[in-house]
Design a binder for this molecule. Structure first.
Ligand code: F6R
Length: 240
């Protein structure tokens, strides 16, 4: 695991964007794995700026990490909607080149279709990740098996609470999701995790310095052959 700490989020984001730019220049049809949530938004804005400056993302293929059960593509808080707004449109990606779970479909069927879609892509070349304050990656909550695959999961109270800021109230946050598993994420060829702010400090320290354990799903990244973690000083504050 390579750790990059910087007081300046703009510089961190530029370095993460450099990795994606290098991938796109080498393999224009590479598979980029997208995390949603607030943390990667500045990274997607930086990629959008590079697209506006002429970098060609049009052949890139996109895989999502997860989706809320019950939210269709037209719901403003669905992850499909997020990917459309922050990635597909600004980067000029062909909407036919995106694999996302269908939150509006029957969940077990949607999970099976998502899994098949990921297999057809041949895996993810570079997976962007965030971390939950409880140590989750994607929607793999504490207790998720380290070898887990794509599946339907129940969200923990802590995640529902953390994501309530995007909804009118906590009661409106879906309680189930379809997610790539920890094992799926470990098979990505490169993983780039971003964490900013003091709310992520404890989980970040557990991910990097703690034991590899299902209690902290992000700790599985210690076993990833090419994982890079980009932290601001607040998120890095509890590292040994
Ligand atoms: C989103 C996802 C989640 C988030 C995590 C952090 O696709 O998989 O694991 O990365 O909940 O969310 P933010 O960045 O909003 O703090």
């Amino acid at each position: 695991m390579r750790i990059d700490v910087d007081s300046d989020i703009t510089r961190l984001v530029a370095r993460a964007a450099d990795l994606i730019e290098a991938l796109v220049r080498t393999r224009p049809d590479a598979v980029l794995g997208i995390a949603t949530g607030s943390t990667p938004e500045p990274l997607y804005a930086e990629l959008a700026a590079r697209a506006a400056a002429g970098l060609d993302f049009s052949r890139l293929r996109i895989a999502s990490l997860d989706e809320y059960v019950g939210l269709g593509a037209d719901h403003p808080q669905s992850y499909r909607h997020f990917v459309q707004r922050h990635v597909i449109e600004p980067l000029g990606i062909d909407p036919g080149n995106i694999v996302v779970p269908d939150g509006a479909a029957e969940p077990q069927q949607a999970a099976a279709d998502f899994d098949r879609g990921l297999q057809r892509l041949g895996g993810v070349d570079l997976q962007i990740l965030g971390i939950g304050p409880n140590g989750h990656i994607a929607f793999n909550e504490p207790g998720s098996a380290l070898e887990s695959g794509v599946r339907v999961v129940s969200l923990s109270d802590s995640t529902v609470e953390a994501n309530a800021r995007f909804f009118p109230s906590a009661a409106d946050v879906p309680t189930k999701a379809i997610t790539q598993g920890v094992g799926t994420i470990l098979r990505s060829r490169r993983a780039v995790l971003l964490a900013f702010g003091s709310a992520k400090a404890e989980a970040t320290a557990a991910m990097i310095d703690g034991p590899v354990t299902a209690a902290v799903p992000a700790s599985a990244l210690q076993r990833h052959p090419a994982a890079e973690v980009f932290l601001d000083e607040a998120a890095a504050a509890q590292l040994c």
